[in-house]
Write a protein that binds this ligand. Structure first.
Ligand code: ADP
Ligand code: MG
Length: 479
């Protein structure tokens, strides 16, 4: 029930685990799935006397994301201790950024049914992850796995600038795409590499002040983000319609029935007693360093989608599909080094190649097909020597396996298109003989039937007849 009287306002906080090999402040591995509590040095455990050291790679990755989102990069940074007690936070504080997030402002483009627009970011800051409390192994106890403690995160915080569950869905989809594109996070929500807190409020349409928000914590799939927001909007509208006030709360999502429930009412702002971590010196980012990172960025999807439309003449849809993940784009770029049929290459990647990958549950990386061979197959079709559907269904699978020249494969399979009129004549005669009624209709003027005859010849030739020559032959014979 999205009531016409109200408008929803949403702000998202997305935590992305950075794909560094080691943790943010020590050399412990960040590998997912290790035996519990095996990646836990004294630094991770926060033993007295240990000294953290900042992982430069994490800083580089945060800057990459900031540059990709048009943020301003903070030059003078420090880490702060955010003090609170939590069983899976061994130090009793989380090292985070406080007054100086490494990236400020910025924007992310989303595309919805209403069109494209930018979502405003508030900031992106660096912090360390906590460990994990596990409630479902032992019926009487909670178990703690501290392997994750200290893993670097960036937290990407939007302004309250999303206005529907659908927009939130699109936004998180874009964020996931972008971190994968930049190769700074695997974006794997099932493993918790990307998690989201959704802040939701409603207000009367036309109202400019923000309503009281609730925060739904730790959403671990894009579907759940959407469901949680939808549920909250409905719940809040109901409350307000009943004359009740919205309580500022922290809530959790129940994936069993797509509802949310309160985990605590917020009485007052938490006091985390932030202070600069005395063990970690301030760090200053020099212009040259930031420029160096900027130069290392791959072309971003937005720019490529633009180029594919304006320079290569692709449709917006095809361009966006090609730029949906970087491996597809990279493969496309490799193929077009061998042929300039930009549109046909796009058709092949989004058609037969995608089908082939689906059929064999492969990814583009898992497809062992050198780009020049695919380019050669595409050219073979363009030259008229084989028809498209034979190339896609019969030659492609052999090509992937043997890496032989597409022309040689077509010859071996006897799949070369027949353009020789003498050879074609037999099929043409057969087609005409098979459909005397249609021939009579054609001769009376129903010229559209020519397609039917061509189709019949194609069928009889098992797809090998060259349709151009066949059409000519038929037209002569049916005069
Ligand atoms: P907190 O201090 O409670 O974490 P912040 O002001 O830092 O709150 O904002 C956290 C997130 O909540 C941001 O993404 C922000 O855009 C969003 N937000 C803040 N107020 C509202 C509101 N009234 N409705 C929806 N989202 C909000
Ligand atoms: Mg918050």
């Amino acid at each position: 029930m999205m009531n016409n009287k109200y408008e929803a306002v949403i702000g998202l906080e997305v935590h992305a685990q950075l794909a560094t090999n080691s943790k943010l402040f020590c050399g412990d591995s960040t590998l997912f799935g290790a035996a519990p509590n095996t990646h836990v040095s004294p630094i991770t455990l926060g033993h007295p006397g240990t000294l953290p050291m900042t992982n430069k790679k994490a800083i580089e990755y945060a800057i990459k994301m900031g540059l990709a989102c048009n943020c301003e990069i903070e030059r003078t940074n420090y880490f702060a201790r955010k003090n609170y007690f939590y069983p899976d936070l061994p130090k009793g504080y989380q090292i985070s950024q406080h007054t100086t997030p490494i990236c400020k402002g910025g924007k992310v483009k989303i595309k919805t049914a209403q069109g494209e627009r930018y979502v405003q970011l508030n900031r992106i800051h660096l912090e360390e992850d906590a460990g994990k409390s596990i409630h479902d192994i032992d019926p009487a106890n909670t178990c703690i796995d501290l392997n994750r403690a200290g893993t670097p995160l960036i937290e990407i915080v939007t302004e309250p600038d999303l206005f529907s569950a659908e927009e939130a869905w699109q936004y998180v989809t874009e964020i996931r795409k972008l971190v994968r594109w930049l190769n700074i996070c695997d974006g794997n929500m099932e493993e918790g590499s990307l998690r989201c807190d959704a802040n939701v409020s409603i207000r009367l349409k036309g109202e400019t002040k923000l309503g009281t928000k609730v925060e739904v914590k730790n959403l671990n799939s894009i579907r759940n983000i959407k469901k949680a927001i939808e549920y909250e909007i409905d719940r809040m509208i109901n409350e307000v319609e009943l004359g009740n006030l919205i309580k500022q709360q922290t809530r959790s999502f129940d994936a069993n029935n797509d509802t949310t429930f309160s985990i605590r009412d917020k009485e007052e702002a938490n006091d985390y007693r932030y202070f600069p971590d005395p063990d970690l010196p301030e760090f200053v980012l020099e212009d040259a360093y930031i420029q160096h990172i900027e130069k290392s960025l791959p072309p971003l999807p937005e720019a490529l989608i633009n180029k594919y439309q304006t320079v290569f003449g692709l449709s917006n849809y095809d361009a966006a599909q090609l730029c949906d993940d970087k491996s597809t784009t990279d493969y496309y770029e490799l193929i077009i080094q061998h042929t300039q049929s930009y549109k046909n290459v796009a058709n092949w990647l989004l058609g037969p190649i995608r089908q082939y990958l689906n059929e064999y549950s492969l990814s583009i990386e898992g497809l062992n097909l050198p780009p020049q061979l695919l380019a050669a197959l595409i050219q073979l079709v363009e030259s008229g020597k084989v028809n498209f559907s034979i190339a896609a269904t019969r030659i492609l699978p052999v090509l992937v396996k043997t890496h032989e020249a597409p022309l040689a494969i077509a010859e071996q399979l006897q799949m070369l298109q027949v353009s020789d009129s003498n050879e074609l004549e037999i099929w043409v005669e057969e087609a005409i003989a098979a459909m005397p009624d249609k021939v009579a209709e054609y001769k009376k003027g129903k010229k559209g039937l020519i397609g039917l005859f061509v189709g019949e010849v194609k069928k009889r030739s098992k797809g090998k007849a060259d349709p151009k020559v066949v059409t000519q032959l038929l037209e002569e014979k049916l005069k």
